[in-house]
Design a protein around this ligand. Structure first.
Ligand code: PLP
Length: 467
């Protein structure tokens, strides 16, 4: 499979190439040059497979010759073996036509693990083939850092150093990062804000000598491999509820648009998906776009669902490219205008095409708490704030004619004990495998908001691991 950039000016690459490159050189995002499609018989042949096997078969066309199928099967088995549920992505029925698909049984209890656990192993495999190493650096305000650390811990070809703002993450979030003691993992608590951490990461990438010396890399949400690894669970739940003979709808709590884009990709591959509900909190840029073609940036407002506190959804560019018939010049023009004015001019026809499939929905914090309480009272189900928004959206925008809707459950409720207690009076316990998180030893270093100091600590982590 070959990959092209949404902006049309970057080299064409294979799967391994886009995995290591992340962002394309022209600032665009990589997309498969053609979409693989599965026939009804192909879908049926996947029914009932263990999740890891299904994932390997769904991803195989995107990987092509880059990785042998038997190797991919092994990587998928390994990636999902540590999940805390034998079904990996279990479905829970909430009412006669509504299901939740739980994507939070991985090591950090959020859906990022679905892609990251596989990505760490894919990196290791491709780097071993090429006899290369990388140092992954990143900044986190909480969740993405821990998923990346869990994915890279103990990998042979990768070192990872994550910056977090000292004293500004929750204790669960910090401990999920700092209690990973593998020698290839470094945590730096920076005396500064999350924005300072992000600026330091950008400055490291801009320091060409340091970037070359350390072979810097990133695993951010625009990496195509993350999207590819998120397609299989949509296939699994659709098959379980009767596809390809029966249509389904999905409701997805959205921030960077990566998760719902994977659902769209499954539809593009031929899965009978009639509706995609994009669920947002008070940061409702996607809902405003879908309602009124108003893609305009406002300030980011903090909410009870912090992983959706986003104004610019990086993966939206991939959908835009498709809506405009893969016209790279038109994509560049829209993205340039968006950056310059804060408002994206989406042609009317492209917007109409989006509305034929996507429906927007948004809910503020008070509505989120009410939904968590209502759902718990009605069915006993405890949904975290992100998941609760997706479930509220599914109820508000249910399909007619008995089409089942599957709401993506993106985080374990124990990650948000305060919101859960406010809504239900209960503090959900951490799963048994994480129950001793508060007793585990931590390791991190502290550093001033200073590029030289940070680079010295990144280098020290890499040297310590090499020794
Ligand atoms: C990252 C995240 C989201 C948003 O997913 P996108 O792919 O960025 O749209 C939703 N819920 C949780 C819990 C997350 O961690």
């Amino acid at each position: 499979m070959r990959y092209v950039s949404t902006r049309g000016q970057a080299p064409v690459r294979d799967f391994s190439g886009v995995l290591l490159a992340g962002l394309a050189e022209d600032g665009g995002l990589y997309m498969p040059a053609t979409w693989p499609t599965f026939s009804a018989a192909d879908w049926r042949s996947l029914r009932g497979l263990p999740y890891a096997e299904l994932a390997a078969r769904v991803m195989q066309p995107f990987i092509g010759d880059a990785i042998p199928f038997a190797t991919l099967q092994g990587l998928c088995r390994d990636a999902y073996a540590s999940f805390g549920h034998p079904a990996v992505v279990p479905l829970v029925q909430l009412d006669s036509r509504l299901w939740a698909q739980e994507l939070f049984h991985g090591p950090t209890l959020a859906f990022k693990d679905m892609a990251m656990q596989l990505l760490g192993r894919l990196f290791d495999h491709v780097l071993t083939q090429r006899d290369e190493r990388v140092t992954i650096v990143g900044a986190t305000s909480g969740d993405t850092g821990s998923a990346a650390i869990e994915a890279c811990a103990g990998r042979a070809r990768v070192d990872i150093v994550i910056l977090h703002p000292h004293g500004r993450t929750s204790e669960v979030q910090r401990r999920q990062m700092t209690t990973v003691l593998a020698p290839n993992v470094g945590n730096i608590a920076v005396d500064g804000t999350f924005d300072d951490c992000q600026d330091l990461v950008k400055a490291m990438f801009a320091d060409t000598a340091f970037r070359g010396e350390m072979h810097l890399s990133a695993v951010n949400s625009i990496n195509w491999a993350r999207i590819a690894a998120q397609i299989p669970y949509y296939v699994a739940s659709a098959l379980a509820l009767g596809a390809p003979e029966r249509e389904v709808a999905f409701s997805v709590p959205s921030g960077n648009f990566g998760n719902v884009l994977a659902a769209w990709a499954a539809r593009r591959m031929g899965l009978p998906v009639v509706r995609l509900v994009v669920a947002s909190n008070r940061n409702d840029i996607l809902a405003r776009f879908l309602a009124a073609n108003d893609m305009s940036v406002r300030g980011v407002e903090p909410s009870l669902s912090p992983s959706m506190d986003i104004q610019v959804s990086s993966n939206f560019e991939r959908l835009l490219f498709e809506l405009m018939d893969r016209d790279a010049a038109a994509t560049v023009a829209a993205m340039t205008a968006f950056r310059a004015t804060g408002r994206m001019p989406v042609p009317q026809q492209a917007w109409q095409r989006a509305r034929a499939v996507f429906h927007g929905f948004h809910l503020d914090d008070a509505g989120t708490v009410t939904e968590i309480r209502r759902l718990h009272a009605a069915s006993g189900y405890l949904a975290d704030p992100h998941t609760a928004i997706g479930i509220a959206a599914a109820r508000a925008l249910a399909c007619p004619h008995g089409v089942p809707t599957i709401a993506m459950a993106t985080a374990h409720p124990a990650k948000f004990p305060d919101a859960m207690e406010q809504a239900t009076g209960l503090r959900p316990p951490l799963p048994a495998r994480l129950a001793d998180l508060y007793e585990r030893p931590e390791r991190f270093t502290r550093a001033p908001n200073d590029l030289g100091a940070i680079e010295a600590q990144v280098r020290a982590t890499v040297l310590r691991n090499a020794a």
